[in-house]
Design a protein around this ligand. Structure first.
Ligand code: SF4
Length: 195
């Protein structure tokens, strides 16, 4: 693992290049609201741990954003615990593993105001289409991703989205990737970008 290699100030750029849509969505929501609800803090916090963000950097990362909407004391009292918990430093002291796609897709569907979940499963079609239209892929590509989504093939849609945004396939080619985990998506993306 690359613990220590990823620092808080790198996340914003990485989110644009290498995060799957589920994590990009939580990131965008956090930047807009300077806050995240419980489900997102877990899903995103564990993902970030998985890409190699240390506990200290994770606290720094969330604190920098959250204190735009609350004072530091409130943050330290209400949110530091949860971050430490994700890293196995509080509560049952379990070293929690980041959630895989099936868990994100099947469990704990987001309610209004939540930003966790899988966009391919949980966004309404218009909103999903709008979101993927900002990522520089062709209209045909967008249509293919939407077709898989409508067919209930959420992870295939995500894999196609990966291939299109990384320039490794076009709209008409067969989907070759299999996406089972957001952290796998990230690692594969970084490998393609940096060899
Ligand atoms: Fe995230 Fe998996 Fe959904 Fe892709 S398929 S957006 S990696 S939960």
């Amino acid at each position: 693992q690359n613990v220590g290699v990823i620092t808080a100030d790198m996340i914003d750029l990485l989110s644009k290049k290498s995060f799957p849509l589920c994590m990009q969505n939580i990131h965008i929501s956090m930047k807009q609201n300077h806050h995240l609800r419980h489900g997102s803090r877990l899903q995103y916090g564990l993902f970030l741990k998985g890409i190699g963000l240390s506990l200290e950097e994770a606290v720094k990362f969330f604190r920098t954003e959250f204190i735009k909407s609350m004072d530091v004391d409130t943050f330290d009292k209400k949110y530091s615990y949860g971050i430490r918990y994700n890293y196995g430093k509080e509560g049952k002291k379990t070293d929690y593993t980041p959630y895989g796609c099936m868990k994100i897709i099947m469990n704990n569907a987001p309610a209004a105001g939540d930003s966790h979940g899988c966009p391919f499963r949980h966004f309404d079609a218009d909103f999903l289409k709008q979101r993927i239209s900002t990522q520089g892929i062709s209209k045909e590509g967008i249509d293919v991703v939407m077709k898989y989504t409508k067919g209930g093939h959420y992870q295939v849609a995500c894999a196609k989205f990966f291939e299109l945004t990384h320039g490794i396939s076009d709209a008409n080619s067969e989907v070759e990737m299999v996406i089972q985990h957001p952290n796998q998506y990230f690692e594969h993306s970084q490998k393609l970008l940096h060899g």
